[in-house]
Design a protein around this ligand. Structure first.
Ligand code: FAD
Ligand code: MLT
Ligand code: ZN
Length: 449
């Protein structure tokens, strides 16, 4: 079911009237001022079907000029706005809380240029991540981010959330020193991004480990032993695997004999197929001899590789199919990272299935609690415990998904009062009336006079 929101609608925001609609119809093309109930209902609800707004208007600008006109008008009329991309966000940031105007730049999906020497790609913000990567594949370049939602998320959404994903361990943060504002400061209309060369040889291994400390040691060994070719290091636990096998059609366990405690995916990307493969094989043999892995298989072709990735990328969808999901995205020191999964399972007992998976190579744990139905008692056992635990271990409560609506009033667990004040003052400077994605990222208290 959807989450109950305890935030009051900000009374300083206007309600949309017919003059507003006429204005938008005047400045925008036909069929881009959307009031149709069906189209609005999908734009009003998030991917997890947890957060639901009641917007009466969706606008689809076709260029930056239209975006500026929309925002200028909304600001003068005090109409609140929520920027929406592919609406794959997992923290309730991309949907209205009340009746905010939804602005989606999805029609702005042109690739502007690719500098074939430097690898700099310029494109509009509404381009879908996978389309950009397919375009680059023909030019022997690669998008430096990859995530399970690649088929629908937009590059503007990726930049604004500073999405992490599966290749972070190799290519680093999407925009190192630019802040992800989750649509609270403005709307991104174009993106210029440095893309790495697409290398010819990729190998993927699916491994089984019997305890968490082996996964950790394997990561250290992979960093040292695979070094420059390492391009992903992902893990999932037995509950995550079990759920994927149970809930997703056509997924097969690479080790059909039994379930193991942990699974690790190691991907390498390099320039020399036989050298890279030999390197990975030697690494696996050594790890097996050293007792770090109990079983392992290297994908024999691209189809097998995608079936391995399907297991890891499919966890999110499998969790959705299993009922209610309480989703947390934590940054923790790797040696402590799995302790919270164990503690949480002990705390909740058999009433819930606790799943741990994520981007181990970056110290990013996805802690997900699955129950058949939403239960307030379970929730009370999880929060604030999960945030307090994370803060105590000096982790971050938002590793890559952003704060959105879900964690707007939890920011103090990871950021100092001074930092929150600074963020609020930047927000006030850029958006003095607070119309951009209200109720998100920062606590409500900063908006009150
Ligand atoms: P939306 O969900 O539409 O919006 C997200 C936020 O960005 C909102 O606050 C919105 O207001 C803002 N926004 C969107 N477009 C713009 C714009 N043009 N200008 C300004 N603000 C904008 N995330 C990860 O980090 N790593 C993962 O590995 C990952 N895997 C995922 C796997 C699945 C199956 C799913 C469903 C989600 C996953 N996510 C992951 C979360 C999500 O895909 C990312 O946060 C993604 O970057 C969101 O892009 P989007 O276009 O869907 O944005
Ligand atoms: C992932 O790594 O699979 C994504 O961040 C989505 C999720 O956390 O479920
Ligand atoms: Zn993730």
């Amino acid at each position: 079911g959807s989450t109950t929101i305890n935030i009051q609608r900000n009374p300083s925001f206007s309600m949309i009237n017919s003059d507003d609609i006429n204005y938008f119809r005047d400045i925008l093309d036909d069929n881009t001022v959307i009031q149709d109930e069906d189209r609005l209902s999908s734009a009003n609800i998030d991917w997890m079907r947890k957060y639901k707004g009641s917007s009466k208007l969706l606008l689809l600008p076709k260029d930056t000029d239209e975006v500026s006109k929309i925002l200028r008008y909304c600001n003068s009329r005090r109409l609140a706005v929520v920027p929406q991309g592919g609406n794959t966000g997992l923290v309730g940031g991309s949907v209205p809380v009340y009746d905010e105007v939804i602005v989606n730049v999805g029609l702005m999906n042109k690739i502007i240029s690719l500098d074939k020497v430097s690898g700099i790609l310029k494109c509009e913000a509404g381009c879908i991540l996978q389309n950009l990567d397919s375009f680059l594949a023909n030019e022997c370049y690669l998008m430096p981010i990859d995530l399970g939602a690649k088929g629908s998320c937009q590059i503007g959404g990726n930049v604004s959330t500073n999405a992490g994903g599966l290749h972070f361990v190799r290519y680093g943060s999407l925009h190192g020193n630019v802040l992800g504002s989750e649509g609270t400061l403005g709307i991104i209309t174009k993106v210029s991004i440095l893309t790495p060369a697409r290398l010819s040889s990729t190998n993927l291994a699916f491994l089984a480990c019997e305890d968490y400390s082996s996964c950790q040691e394997l990561l250290l060994k992979a960093k040292r032993g695979l070094g420059e070719v390492l391009s992903a290091f992902e893990f999932l636990d037995t509950n995550s695997m079990d759920l994927v096998l149970d809930k997703l059609e056509g997924v097969r366990n690479p080790f059909p004999s039994s379930l193991h405690k942990f699974y690790v995916l190691i991907e390498t990307t390099g320039t020399d197929d036989s050298y890279d493969r030999a390197k990975l094989e030697t690494f696996l043999v050594n790890s097996m001899e050293g007792g770090l892995i109990s079983d392992g298989v290297i994908a024999q072709d691209i189809n097998q590789a995608s079936s391995f990735w399907r297991i890891r990328e499919g966890i999110t969808e499998a969790l959705m199919k299993a009922g209610a999901v309480y989703k947390y995205d934590l940054s923790l020191p790797v040696e402590k990272l799995y302790d919270i999964v164990v503690e949480m399972q002990l705390r909740l007992g058999s009433s819930a299935k606790v799943c741990g998976y994520g981007h181990l190579g970056d110290g990013n744990l996805h802690l997900n609690i699955s129950t058949p139905n939403y239960d307030d008692n379970v929730f009370a056992q999880i929060e604030p415990f999960v945030y307090e635990w994370t803060a105590e271990h000096r982790g971050s409560i938002s590793a890559e998904h952003g704060l959105g609506l879900m964690k707007a009033d939890k920011i103090h667990y990871s950021k100092s009062t001074e930092t929150v004040r600074l963020m609020a003052s930047i927000k006030k400077l850029v958006d003095p009336n607070g119309i951009m994605n209200p109720y998100k990222v920062l606590p409500q208290s900063i908006y009150s006079p």
